[in-house]
Design a protein around this ligand. Structure first.
Ligand code: CTP
Ligand code: MG
Length: 173
């Protein structure tokens, strides 16, 4: 029991300390409803869109802008310059991870916005961790890293259900 509580606390702490810029970068583009698609309408060898209309230049710009802002603010607040580089790489990695999953969703024949559970929720997290890893970031404990992934999935489900109940979304997932 004590173990579970300490893993939970450690997981929440790495989300708030190490992934805040990535989470902000991931959430920022959602408010856009149109923009210039990064694939510019191009299709892959399978005849399907490379990424689709849901990945735009404007989305990258917004995500990087807010992600970098958070990274700078955090490093000033914690008085630790590591968080600038971690936050900037985390924000970029989050957006790239999200685009990589769109690439694979299109290959599976899924239309823009079609749900792919787990992948949809964790793509940004894996992308952010991979990019931060390149600049020396390491999770304090592997159990915190896995615990944080579980928390992301649960929080996603809860917020989507809430948005559905508030009539902001048409489906509860
Ligand atoms: N968005 C964007 N640019 C990005 C990422 C997201 O403009 N690089 C915007 C798009 O309007 C997108 C919305 O944020 O529709 C939600 O993002 P996401 O859920 O990642 O895209 P989906 O529409 O679900 O598309 P996909 O099926 O490719 O995941
Ligand atoms: Mg989606």
């Amino acid at each position: 029991m004590v173990d579970i509580i300490s893993i939970f606390i450690g997981s929440v702490l790495i989300l708030m300390r190490d992934f805040i810029a990535a989470m902000v970068a991931n959430a920022s583009p959602v408010f856009l409803n149109r923009g210039t698609p990064i694939d510019r309408g191009r299709v892959f060898v399978d005849g399907r869109r490379l990424l689709g209309d849901g990945k735009t230049f404007e989305g990258y710009f917004l995500g990087l802008f807010f992600g970098y802002t958070v990274a700078v603010a955090e490093s000033l607040l914690l008085n630790d310059s590591h968080y600038i580089i971690y936050g900037m790489m985390g924000a970029l990695g989050a957006l790239v991870g999200d685009s990589v999953s769109s690439f694979f969703k299109r290959r599976l024949g899924l239309k823009r916005g079609a749900p792919l559970p787990i992948v949809d929720q964790l793509d940004f997290y894996i992308g952010a961790a991979a990019f931060m890893w390149l600049v020396g970031w390491r999770p304090p404990r592997i159990s915190y890293f896995l615990g944080a992934a579980l928390i992301i999935i649960i929080v996603h489900r809860l917020t989507n259900y809430l948005a559905y109940r508030l009539h902001l979304k048409d489906v509860p997932w």
